[in-house]
Write a protein that binds this ligand. Structure first.
Ligand SMILES: [Zn+2]
Length: 327
């Protein structure tokens, strides 16, 4: 919950008199009236704020209370004793729980003449574990979640009509329910991304909160993601690297051919452009990188050994100083 500076909303000084408030309110209300701004959501929101500010500052009793509240409002809410004096009589004390910003008015000034606002359910956070292939293919994923909501037996009061503790929620007013949802994986996700599912959060009185799912990628047998890019260690035989060849490599959409140029060195990075994870709108797709790892064949035959010895003798006098940089 945030403190609402109603003086700021009306654009007036704290010392303004009643006439000044009335004048400022009339001027702004005319300007932002929905009839004057059809279809303008911002103006509508502003109009509501102006009315809320006027309901408090335009009423001498409420204004006095509001001025006393001042910057101590948070302290007052934290302190139950104060809270009883300042908040409306039937205000539900829920210290520690976060309030919706919209509740500021409701908490301190009670019922409103304008239609009563409903309290939105809290947002909830969860994790969604995905394989790289699921992320790439943007498949649908079914998840089971525990979502808390208002107890239906007691309507969140915690007690029944005979004042005994509600058995549905043991008096807490809230119950946890298992909820199965289907998530359509959007484009542009990577490890740590958040998916927002509007209206899938906790139930409040009226509007539901949102559900935020953090993407956790499951380890892959050969791919390591880094943002949208993917890295893969690629073993290549010495003579393949020496002479160059085309080899089949894995990609997220199946196998693809990768060209190994002659004399490719161990540790070289070969890139398949755009074969990484799909970027979000405005961001480019990731690349798929192969890090060359040169392997030597095992189990050489006598003939092969002879040939390698012959190769060595052919290189005599032309050896490269490959360890020169170490000294
Ligand atoms: Zn209950």
């Amino acid at each position: 919950m945030e403190f609402k500076d109603y003086y700021k909303t009306l654009g007036v000084d704290r010392g303004v008199n009643d006439q000044g408030i009335k004048a400022a309110y009339r001027k702004l209300a005319r300007k932002y009236h929905p009839d004057m701004n059809p279809g303008n959501k911002k103006a509508e929101e502003r109009f509501k704020e102006i009315n809320e500010a006027n309901e408090v500052l335009g009423d001498p009793e409420k204004r006095k209370k509001y001025d006393q509240l001042g910057s101590n409002w948070e302290e007052i809410l934290r302190n139950k004793e104060y809270a009883r004096q300042y908040t409306r009589p039937d205000f539900e004390w829920q210290g520690g729980e976060s309030f919706d910003p919209e509740d500021f008015f409701e908490a301190f000034f009670g019922g409103r003449s304008s239609p009563k606002r409903e309290r939105r359910g809290a947002d909830i956070e969860g994790e969604i574990r995905l394989t790289l292939e699921e992320l790439y293919g943007r498949t649908k994923k079914s998840l089971g979640l525990n979502v808390s909501g208002v107890c239906q037996y007691c309507n969140g009061r915690g007690t029944t009509s005979s004042s005994s503790i509600c058995r549905g929620c043991s008096g807490t007013g809230r119950v946890s329910r298992r909820k199965d949802i289907d998530v359509t994986i959007p484009k542009g996700l990577k490890e740590g991304s958040k998916i927002r599912l509007a209206g899938m959060g906790e139930e409040g009185r009226g509007k539901k909160g949102d559900l935020y799912l953090t993407v956790r990628l499951q380890p892959h047998k050969c791919f390591t993601p880094e943002g949208y890019d993917i890295y893969c260690n690629l073993p290549v035989l010495d003579y393949e690297a020496q002479l160059g060849t085309d080899i089949l490599v894995p990609a997220l959409n199946g196998k693809v051919k990768l060209k190994i140029s002659p004399e490719t060195q161990s540790g070289s990075l070969l890139r398949l452009k755009g074969k990484g994870l799909p970027g979000s709108d405005g961001e480019k797709d990731g690349d798929l990188y192969f890090r060359i790892q040169i392997m030597i064949p095992k189990g050489l035959s006598e003939k092969e050994k002879e040939l390698i010895k012959e190769f060595r003798s052919l290189r005599e006098g032309r050896e490269e100083d490959i360890r020169g940089s170490l000294f």
